[in-house]
Design a protein around this ligand. Structure first.
Ligand code: SF4
Length: 301
């Protein structure tokens, strides 16, 4: 469910504020109404979408706008989580500078809010973050991650990284690798920097050669594959609640689903379980997915 569009951040490499315009939040009542209709038609999991989703309602700040009470982002999350029939609520994509204390605490008090946060880091180097215009330092990013990890040991993190931003040195790249080792993300969406015409970064000096960008990307992705594998292996033997999404793409005899932390699990189970949340024992791990065993019983929600 889209809750806002546009973006006010103007990161140096991004075209979004120019193509989609400035940030506009939808009315809270319209969003909750849409979620209620989806729930009435059987939907159990909702993902709230926005370019900068966690700055939702920043202008209204949970106050009255045009005669209607507009909720803050955490207020909206509570409202959506409270809709009858909604079992899981996610949101994407968050900006690190807009992760509030209230949002951090909500992961502990709102059972439907899954403990998975996609939080784009982009670079671990403060110099690069500054040139990107991201509005936070690596220390501020880590402070939020550490707070969340301390409160919720089962919290999963994913991120976006751009390698080879103009002027990125070997040391800058190493700073990114250091944060990847520290956070141990479940998954990383990593890209080589490519200039977008009309953005300030495309005019920056010190554009990096393609070979340097490719080499750094390969190093980063190798490290992440190892971490993802280790993270997945640590789940073998655990019982997870899995939302069955449909038939597995790789094996017609299997179904596929997701854990609350958004990990893909494939297992042998009847296709009629599609749309159900069932108990699954994790039996095997791969770098991008898990295998499980349906524990049977009355696990349907
Ligand atoms: Fe906005 Fe994200 Fe683009 Fe930055 S990268 S300008 S936060 S949409």
């Amino acid at each position: 469910v889209s809750i806002m569009r546009g973006c006010d951040n103007f990161c140096a490499y991004c075209i979004v504020p120019y193509t989609r315009g400035r940030e506009v939040s939808r009315a809270s009542s319209a969003i909750i109404g849409e979620v209620e209709s989806l729930a009435a038609s059987g939907v159990k999991e909702i993902t709230l979408l926005g370019q900068n989703v966690n700055s939702y309602g920043r202008r209204s700040g949970g106050k009255e706008v045009d005669g209607a009470t507009e909720l803050s982002f955490t207020g909206l999350l509570k409202g959506v989580s409270g809709v009858k029939g909604i079992e899981r609520v996610r949101f994407v994509t968050s900006h690190p500078k807009d992760i509030s204390e209230e949002l951090i605490l909500l992961f502990g008090s709102e059972p439907a809010l899954v403990r998975h946060l996609h939080l784009p880091l982009q670079s671990g180097s403060d110099a690069v973050l500054k040139r990107m215009g991201r509005g936070y330092t690596s220390g501020e990013y880590m402070e939020k991650i550490e707070k969340l990890k301390k409160l919720y040991s089962d919290m999963a993190f994913t991120t976006d990284i751009i390698v080879g931003f103009p002027g990125e040195t070997d040391e800058d790249f190493e700073s990114t690798m250091d944060i990847i080792k520290l956070v141990r993300f479940d998954n990383i969406f990593s890209f080589k920097y490519s200039p977008r015409p009309g953005t300030p970064a495309s005019d920056l000096p010190d554009q990096l050669p393609e070979e340097v960008k490719s080499k750094r990307l390969a190093i980063l992705q190798r490290l992440q594959r190892e971490i993802s594998m280790e993270q997945n292996i640590s789940l073998v033997g655990q019982k997870k609640r899995v939302f069955i999404e449909g038939r597995s793409r790789n094996d017609a005899m299997e179904v596929t689903g997701r854990t609350p932390c958004n990990r893909v699990v494939n297992l042998k189970a009847p296709l009629e379980l599609k749309g159900s949340i069932i108990d699954v024992l994790i039996t095997d791990a791969f770098s991008n997915s898990l295998r499980g065993r349906y524990l049977g019983g009355d696990a349907q929600c």
